[in-house]
Ligand binder design. Sequence first.
Ligand code: ADP
Ligand code: MG
Length: 282
Amino acid sequence: MTTESASSEVRVHTVSPELPRLGMNVQPILWVDNVSVSFEGFKALTNLTLQLDPGELRCIIGPNGAGKTTMMDVITGKTRPDTGRVYMFGQALDLTEKSEAEIARLGIGRKFQRPTVFENLTVFENLELALKTNKGVWSSLFARLSSEQSDRISQALTTINLTGRVHTQAGLLAHGQKQWLEIGMLLVQDPKVLLVDEPVAGMTHREMDRTAELLQQLAGEHTVVVVEHDMDFVRSIAKRVTVLHEGRVLAEGSMDEVQNDAKVIEVYLGSEAAQREQEKAC
Ligand code: ADP
Ligand code: MG
């Protein structure tokens, strides 16, 4: 962010005494602070609090209806919370005061479950469009790419492993490749935080392994939040896991810690195991 945009965007808040749970001097890049959302009286999120370290890979799990999608909607500005705040960079920015477009420009990229690539365009054209759309200047679509923009596209191509398919029409890609292309379309926008909803739904085992590598590779430089139902996949990438249930954080910790948490077993992993047993019995 340039100094100029920083001065117009940043609203300084007094630092809350509960800041931070993180290591010394490390401010959360994203802080969902005591957020509640209700739909016609039904509480989808209840005093939800969550902090993400810069560069971490966080998995969010929880049964259907736990509030995972609503949480992402609140972070990205699609849904306004009834109460609570969502901060970025410590408490420097309050995202609940920003529009969806502003939040995207601040560096929060979201990948929805279904790939939304432009099937008639090539891999390269999809990436080019994503890069230019983010600038919000449609006339620039007809301008030539700067060398920095070209570098960003080739870097993204390497990361998503599609360099060899650069001129392939996106509609001809395999399902997994489309998902990676969509991640690439976020990457060219240089996001700080990537929110990824059920990335491996419908993927083959090979594609899942490649996606696990990709997400792990993206962490560090980016903060990556993965909502996923496939527990084997979560196990394969998990560092810190947050379990949501009925709009609240039920447990948080390493995969081992949450897996052995009695409350989690009861509401989620237990029912998953029961379901598997039932499937086996059929
Ligand atoms: P998850 O993604 O964990 O499955 P959601 O965030 O989609 O959960 O939903 C949480 C709860 O809020 C669910 O009970 C859902 O039915 C309800 N909900 C979500 N969006 C709406 C909406 N727009 N109107 C009414 N209820 C909603
Ligand atoms: Mg959902």
